[in-house]
Design a protein around this ligand. Structure first.
Ligand code: IVH
Length: 699
């Protein structure tokens, strides 16, 4: 079934009846696999795309909306094995806002305001913003403070009695912690598996040769629906409350969403810390932005955020439409997983000769960008996942990390798929760039090219590393240019960079006079550096930025470092035998010493006699910030001064060159722009972390 993006606009589809029937059948098949069998066949975003296409088609042609359409029901049918439970109050779902920009939040606020007949001059509506947990919805029924029943959502009207399994979740209180429990209190929330627990569980299963879980959500759903509660108990689950069902006899029941959650928390129910309440769309926009930056660090997966009108009286006034609350909406983030096809498996050569298999993909939009390459890490990993050319694979791009192939959809493997991956055979034993022999040493996961700097791929990577921001910070010396310089034989060794002139540069492809002179300026400026940056820039194996700082601090001068014995090197914090050997080997090679001497001769210098300056290089050097909104405790000038003192730059408008937008309350269009461009958004706390943690930047 082709996704919507490849088919014509649904409302102008050539055969709407046929397309709707095909979509219904496909969604029913996928839905059964997902909800009933807990064995999803495609990434969620693919399912959503088809679902939205059907919704659009049914909106354009209402006569196509059949009662059995997957758009017409809330969830999956209850499994026959569990006793059915009729919900006292139906468990409904919420509308999803798929416009992942701040406009999505603003549109919700506008809908609420319109519905309440509020004009532009009326006060902002109060909202509560929460996480949208990505697990399994559960209703916990407490009678006089005791847990008596736990049920899944089922089809929204009737769920399954899973009390025995839910009891095994340690964070679900069996008794409410209150002296005056309501006669009936139904707590609604989500059961999920934390990522670390998921990984640990899978590791154990793998070690025992047992089947693994596909993802944490299926782990949670599968465990809750496990017929044997002792098996369920072995799978660590968590529960977070976000709402309620039937309530009888709660004196002094709170009258807002946020106070209700506080009250549930006070009774001992787990409620996630990540929630805010405040006025108007700005509260929603900044919560969405904040969670976007925190998302990858949360202990569990989320599916987006949820906005709810805070006052319960207003919720009641707004009511429901199409079995969905008008007072709530789920606001998504760009999908982090999509499926696509593997066109080829290439092998890339890294700076130290490491050979990395990379899947060349049919372009796919995931995590907010179009992805055409995904790392496969190493040979063992390709074999473990059994990725082959022609396969349909799930690709994941989360946050800023390099896209990776998560898994192969084996059932879609074509008969003509390639053979099992064999790196040595594919390369015929030679480096794909320079032809030198490749080796994989015992106990090592990686194959390597033995060509060293003879290999132009390693040379290019070495130059790019030297020029990178946290090393010598030579702006304008990017991948394309380095490629030309190395392939054209203009730059053979690092010092050649400083021998470039305007004439040589302007002669290169696509190099205007202006960019050539900018580059020469950047090269000139890079000559004044610090010892830690220079040591890091040399690209010595095992010597990252933090180690380079320690070495500079310890030895104080480059000559002392170059002549240090293994023993002396190991006296440096964090330098063990492997790192010490790597440093020694590097400086024992005459051509490396020669490179260092030539660089110095070209004018590269630093202040060796100011260890304090060397030890504390500016942590934010070269990093560009935009400030917007009001920060809780720092005013704009203070924030600017701190950033500048740490070597960063503050500019007025957001562009692709911005590294961070620091957003406070009432942040507006700059925040919107940042989200649109995928610029990282942080709050005051995030900024303080950057300022305090010198090594913490992964840019
Ligand atoms: S409120 C009547 N809040 O999302 C509104 N639901 O489509 C009831 N979910 O399966 C839902 N986090 O289990 C609400 N903070 C949250 C949520 C949340 C996750 C799930 C819920 C349901 C689906 C709603």
């Amino acid at each position: 079934m082709p996704p919507a993006q490849e088919s014509p606009c649904p409302s102008r589809c050539a055969d709407p009846t046929g397309r709707a029937a095909a979509l219904r059948a496909e969604l029913t098949r996928l839905g059964h696999a997902y909800y009933v069998l807990d064995a999803p066949r495609v990434p969620d975003a693919d399912y959503d795309t088809l679902f939205q296409e059907l919704q659009a088609l049914e909106a354009a042609y209402p006569e196509l909306r059949t009662p059995d359409s997957p758009t017409q029901r809330v969830g999956g049918a209850p499994l026959p094995q569990f006793a059915p439970v009729r919900h006292a109050v139906p468990m409904l779902s919420i509308q999803t806002e798929t416009d992942t920009t701040p406009q999505g939040a603003m549109a919700f606020d506008q809908r609420v305001r319109n519905k309440l007949a509020l004009g532009a001059d009326d006060a902002p509506v109060s909202y509560n913003a929460e996480l949208k947990f990505d697990g399994l919805a559960i209703n916990l029924r407490y009678e006089h403070g005791t847990l008596v029943l736990a049920a899944t959502r089922g089809d929204g009207e009737t769920g399954e009695d899973v009390t025995q399994n839910v009891r095994t979740i340690r964070s679900v209180p069996l008794q409410l912690q209150t002296d005056h429990p309501p006669a009936v209190l139904e707590v609604r929330g989500e059961v999920l598996m934390k990522r670390a627990d998921f990984e640990r569980y899978n590791e154990r299963q793998r070690a025992n040769g047992l089947p693994t879980l596909v993802n944490p959500r299926n782990g949670a759903a599968g465990s809750i629906r496990q017929l044997d509660p002792t098996v369920a108990a072995q799978r660590p689950l968590a529960f977070y409350a976000y709402g309620w069902g039937e309530i009888v006899g709660w004196t002094h029941q709170p009258d807002t969403q946020h106070a209700m959650l506080d009250a549930l928390s006070a009774m001992g129910l787990p409620v996630a810390e990540q929630r805010v309440h405040g006025h108007g769309a700005a509260t929603l926009v900044s919560f969405h932005a904040r969670i976007a930056t925190e998302r990858d660090n949360l202990p569990f997966d989320i599916d987006g955020v949820v906005y709810k009108v805070d006052r319960l009286a207003l919720q009641a006034e707004l009511g429901f439409r199409n079995r969905e609350p008008v007072w709530a909406v789920a606001h998504k983030y760009p999908a982090q997983e999509r499926s696509t096809r593997v066109l080829a498996i290439d092998i890339q050569v890294g700076r130290t000769g490491k050979l990395t298999p990379v899947a060349k993909l049919e372009p796919v939009f995931v995590g907010g960008v179009t992805v055409t390459n995904a790392t496969l890490h190493n040979e063992d990993e390709v074999r473990r996942k059994d990725v082959r050319v022609g396969d349909t694979v799930v690709v994941r791009r989360a946050g800023d990390v390099i896209p990776e192939v998560v898994s192969v959809m084996l059932e879609q493997r074509p008969a003509a798929a390639g053979d099992a991956f064999d790196l040595y055979r594919q390369l015929g034993g030679g480096c794909p760039v320079c032809g030198s022999a490749i080796v994989r040493e015992a106990g090592q996961a990686d194959w390597r090219c033995t060509g060293g700097l003879f290999c132009s791929a390693q040379r290019k990577q070495a130059i790019l590393h030297y020029a990178s921001r946290r090393a010598m910070d030579i702006e304008g010396l990017g991948e394309k240019l380095v490629e030309q310089l190395v392939d054209g034989g203009v730059v053979k060794v690092l010092p050649d960079l400083y021998r470039l002139g305007l004439l040589k540069l302007s002669a290169l492809d696509r190099m205007a006079d202006k960019s050539a002179s900018n580059l020469l300026g950047a090269l000139q400026a890079s000559k004044l550096t610090t010892l830690p940056r220079f040591v890091y820039a040399l690209g010595i194996g095992q010597v990252g930025e933090a180690t380079a700082k320690e070495l500079a601090r310890h030895f104080g001068s480059l000559d002392a470092l170059m002549d240090a014995s293994l023993e002396q090197l190991q006296a440096v914090p964090d330098v063990g035998p492997v790192v010490a050997q790597s440093i020694r080997t590097f400086f024992d090679q005459p051509h490396n010493r020669e490179v260092v001497e030539q660089l110095r001769a070209c004018g590269v210098h630093w202040d060796e006699f100011s260890p304090a300056a060397a030890a504390a290089p500016k942590p934010l050097a070269g990093t560009v910030f935009v400030l917007t909104g009001t920060l809780p405790t720092m005013d704009r000038d203070a924030a600017k001064a701190c950033i500048e003192a740490a070597g960063g730059k503050v500019v007025g408008s957001v562009s692709k060159k911005t590294d961070f937008v620091v957003a406070g309350a009432e942040a507006g269009s700059k925040l919107a722009k940042a989200l649109e461009l995928g610029v990282r958004v942080i709050d005051q706390q995030g900024l303080l972390a950057l300022l305090g943690d010198q090594g913490g930047l992964d840019t």
